[in-house]
Write a protein that binds this ligand. Structure first.
Ligand code: SAH
Length: 391
């Protein structure tokens, strides 16, 4: 299937309810067009942008720099809406996970990981996934559909609501972000393959990066891909975000099996795309994620081969001890094996921190996310979309 046909088949439903469009997820240009259709001057769009994305206003009544009649007209035509929380959980280590539901009933998860000096939000890009990586829980859920830009940005906005993380300063849109911000970093490492939903992901990232809104800089955003080679360059050129690559195996034979996307884009092509990733240099390295699977990819020879393969690429390695899920056909290696693996990489010139599992008790750690959403038959899907748009 072509990329375009794929994008159409798995497109999110239109985001209109009671005939009102959602302002969340509109680009600056789209917001500008909506405002000028109301016969308002362009600076109103800027004010509206600031209310929605800088202050996190959820209600037109709160937008006090806009005249009351304009607020009323806006409320007739638009909504400011995030996804709904179907379930919220907090781990004993402070990690939080939200199961979010869209108007058509589809569900995805987002995870907030607080650390001493920063807080990372992990967002999903698709409901389900096409990739079927064998160690990944999401991989057991078929792709249901792509998320819209509104649903991706909505995850960030909702997390900020829940964490009380909107700026309290009234110093205007140019004000510096709160020093104690709970979401300093954003990772596209939740459910789905972000580069298979490129347009919506790119639109969402542009909104999140905008300095007069949510203002998370590209240096603090990391997009993780299993290796959709043709989209990698575009991602670097157009968005300039950090790239993480899910490597997980150092031979095509093993990678073909555990990351089936490798059959389409084998290691040599993937590593060439990493070498060519725009903006990559020693201060801005590509992260290679490597889930350690006991007896599968955790030998000293694997570690040596990885050091050899990554030579010449500004790289850091993130070793991820395998996080279990019900029925998973793998186990996590012992701490000694993990330590030895990291040591060999270190001797080969690579920094290789071991990623501490976070939120395992609520199934929020890497590779544990999954929702109950299933892809309906076409007719049922259309009926659900019709119901959602009437609500
Ligand atoms: N599809 C993208 C985005 C998902 S990121 C990608 O593959 O990069 C999620 C990360 O967690 C990936 O590196 C994935 O390989 C890793 N992962 C999946 N299952 C895991 C598990 N059970 N334990 C640890 N990490 C896992």
């Amino acid at each position: 299937m072509s990329q375009r046909a794929h994008a159409q088949q798995f497109a999110p439903p239109p985001d209109t309810r009671d005939g009102r469009a959602n302002l969340v997820g509109l680009s600056r240009d789209e917001l500008g067009a909506a405002v000028s259709e109301l016969g308002e001057p362009a600076f109103r769009a800027r004010q509206l942008w600031s209310w929605v994305y800088h202050h996190g206003a959820r209600d037109f009544a709160a937008m006090t720099t806009l005249a009351k009649p304009l607020r009323a007209r806006l409320a007739e035509r638009f909504r400011v809406e995030r996804p709904e929380i179907a379930r919220a959980q907090t781990s004993s280590d402070g990690t939080r996970k939200w199961l979010l539901r869209s108007p058509d009933g589809q569900e995805v998860e987002s995870v907030h990981i607080p650390e001493a000096a920063r807080g990372t939000l992990c967002v999903s890009s698709q409901v389900g996934c096409t990739l079927t990586c064998r160690f990944c829980h999401t991989g057991t859920q078929r792709l249901v559909r792509n998320l819209s830009a509104a649903e991706i940005v909505g995850q960030v906005m909702l997390a900020r609501d829940e964490l009380g993380d909107w700026p309290t300063s009234t110093a205007g849109p140019a004000a510096q972000p709160n020093p104690g911000r709970q979401i300093t970093n954003l990772v596209l490492m939740g459910m789905g393959e972000p580069l298979y939903n490129y347009d919506n992901v790119a639109k969402a990232i542009r909104i999140v990066m905008d300095g007069e809104g949510i203002a998370i800089s590209k240096r603090r955003i990391t997009l993780s891909t299993a290796g959709v080679v043709p989209a990698m360059r575009r991602c670097g050129e157009e968005l300039g975000v950090n790239l993480a690559v899910s490597l997980h195996a150092v031979s095509n034979e093993l990678r073909d099996d555990i990351v089936p996307l490798n059959r389409k884009y084998p290691l040599a092509e993937l590593l060439a795309a990493c070498r060519d990733y725009p903006g990559v240099h020693n201060a801005r390295r590509i992260t290679f994620e490597y889930v350690l699977l006991k007896g599968v990819n955790d030998s000293p020879a694997d570690a040596r081969e990885m050091a050899r393969l990554l030579k010449g690429i500004p790289a850091k390695v993130n070793l991820i001890p395998f996080n279990p899920w019900p029925g998973a056909p793998f186990e996590c290696p012992s701490a000694e094996v993990i330590e030895r693996f990291a040591q060999i990489l270190f001797e080969g010139g690579l920094t290789a921190p071991v990623r501490q599992p976070r939120g395992q008790d609520i199934m929020a750690a890497c590779g544990q996310l999954k929702s109950a959403s299933e892809r309906l038959k076409k007719a049922a899907r259309e009926a659900a979309a019709r119901t959602a748009s009437r609500q």
